[in-house]
Write a protein that binds this ligand. Structure first.
Ligand code: NAD
Length: 496
């Protein structure tokens, strides 16, 4: 019996009528568990009309009222972490602690957005000219949309909707059709938190819904997170329609390990960052650049750790790494291992030979050494549990390699030398940098985003740049008539 997964429109579940659906699987068993509706262009239009009406009202809500809703939503989310984690694991496959972790990272964004009265403050210049004041205010955009990837079905929507709603907009979420259910739980909790109907909408769908969003005249801004080709498409199409767009793309994150690094610390960090969530993280470390003498001990240390990882269902407490999202994706990831070997990479650990559950979309961990920059395992975003090691002789050579890569989401340096770390932070052309920290996802009061092919647009996501993205500035220049000419008796002396 598969579950029907529908939309959330105007404060309630809404069955679709497009006649189109997409299967949803439990990646740990390979069984189809659901069928998600795919919205038509007409359904998108109808939902946008509801959101537009709600946005008109919501922008009148006082900052304290909005903040109160955010505080209530924060409490509800906090109380439902385990339930949301179970929903995520059932459709995505990641382990339950990892799924709970993503909810907590999303929750940080809600906590940040509770500070909306402070975040929306403008500036004021008294007496900018004689008897003339100038001040700035920030106002919501109206209806804004978020299109999100499969790999963080709760966290990435929360990156967007917390700030968007706090700033007074109505938010339409188009989740990934691969794991759509977490979005409906978020919708239910927003409603319980007192958010008026229509301010948070979920439209399930695929390209048709996305295109309808991108071309709808009543949607002012689009936030996107996903792969680079689609991010580029979203940015080009949305901006051509006059919309504000922030589109975060794919990644190929490098760790630079210097010869003075603590090799055990680096190996632990690289293993968790490369294979956590089966490598299906945009901040996964997928290339380790080993400098000089670091290479041999590092490869040995990583290889020694891999057999200790337990691969299995994300619901099992012993599991370290779950399955991949679909059978097709598993096959694609596995094909890169063969391509790497054919191109001359040394297969130190081959995930295709691992003893993994036969049902479900499992693949073992793979470690490739002596990878060269022209191999597809290096050039392509694999988005699976495959780690490539590139050997270089010097820091400069490693830096040049990282800066030449078209992706520039995250990177990390491992060293004991503060001067080297500071030099790397200065030199590297990547949006998020870790120093002995493998996954440098910024906390919610900074903003998240890469450079180059990892982000199209000006504003990074969430944090202060998120507030900027979801509001537009207005500047008022104001002069009042001389109070001495007023006929109203104030009952106290005028100061001018
Ligand atoms: P994806 O690009 O396939 O899908 C993302 C969204 O776009 C989904 O909602 C999907 O329905 C929609 N979409 C897919 N194809 C489309 C098309 N042809 N036209 C219009 N819309 C389309 O990405 P994914 O496989 O769900 O997620 C994995 C990717 O996301 C990886 O590349 C990963 O690096 C990236 N990602 C990036 C970040 C970041 O912060 N930069 C974060 C998470 C994931």
């Amino acid at each position: 019996m598969t579950q029907r997964i529908s939309h959330w429109i105007d404060g309630q579940l809404a069955s679709g009528n497009s006649g189109r659906t997409s299967p949803v699987y439990n990646p740990a068993t390979g069984a189809q568990t659901g069928e998600v509706e795919l919205a038509s262009t007409e359904e998108v239009s109808a939902a946008v009309a509801k959101a537009k009406a709600a946005a008109k009202e919501w922008r009148h809500a006082s900052l304290s009222k909005r903040s109160a809703v955010l505080f209530a939503f924060r409490e509800l989310l906090h109380n439902h972490v385990d339930e949301i984690a179970e929903i995520i694991t059932a459709e995505h496959g990641k382990t339950l602690p990892d799924a709970a972790g993503e909810v907590y990272r999303g929750l940080e964004n809600v906590e940040f957005a509770t500070g909306v009265p402070h975040l929306m403050k403008g500036g004021f210049s008294e007496q900018a000219s004689t008897d003339l004041d100038v001040y700035s205010i920030r106002q919501p955009l109206g209806v804004v949309a978020g299109i999100t990837p499969f790999n963080f079905p709760a966290m990435v929507p929360l990156w967007m909707c917390a700030n968007a709603i706090a700033c007074g907009n109505a938010f339409i979420l188009k989740p990934s059709e691969k794991d759509p259910s977490a979005s409906l739980k978020l919708a239910e909790l927003w409603k319980k938190a007192g958010l008026p109907d229509g301010v948070f909408t979920v439209l399930q769908g695929d390209k048709e819904a996305v295109d309808a969003i991108l071309t709808h005249e009543d949607i002012a801004a689009v936030s996107f997170v996903g792969s680079t080709p689609i991010a580029r498409y979203i940015y080009e199409t949305g901006t051509a329609q006059g919309k504000r767009v922030q589109a975060l793309g794919g990644a190929k994150n490098h760790a630079l390990v210097l010869p003075d690094a603590d090799i055990d610390m680096a190996a632990d960090a690289v293993v968790s960052a490369a294979y956590g969530a089966a490598g299906e993280r945009c901040m996964a470390l997928s290339v380790t650049v080993a400098v000089g003498d670091a290479a041999d001990p590092l490869v040995d240390a990583i290889a020694a750790r891999l057999p200790k990882l337990t691969i299995g269902a994300g619901t099992s407490p012993d599991t370290d790494m779950g399955p991949l999202i679909t059978a097709a994706h598993r096959e694609k990831v596995a094909s890169y291992i063969g391509a790497g070997a054919d191109a001359g990479a040394k297969v130190v650990v081959d995930g295709r030979e691992a003893d993994v559950p036969q049902d479900g979309f499992f693949l073992g961990t793979t470690l490739l050494d002596e990878v060269k920059p022209d191999m597809t395992v290096y050039t392509d975003e694999i988005f699976g549990p495959v780690l490539s090691v590139v050997r270089v002789d010097t820091y400069e050579e490693g830096l040049e390699l990282i800066n030449a890569n078209p992706f520039a989401n995250g990177t990390a340096i491992f060293t004991r030398d503060g001067g080297a770390a500071r030099q790397f932070q200065f030199d590297v052309e990547v949006g998020m940098v870790g120093v002995n920290v493998p996954v440098p996802v910024p906390v919610a009061y900074y903003s998240f985003g890469g450079w180059k092919a990892s982000l199209f647009g000006d504003n990074h996501m969430y944090g202060p740049e998120g507030v900027n993205f979801y509001t537009r500035g207005k500047v008022v220049t104001s002069r009042w008539p001389d109070p001495a000419t007023s006929t109203i008796d104030l009952g106290f002396p005028r100061t001018r």
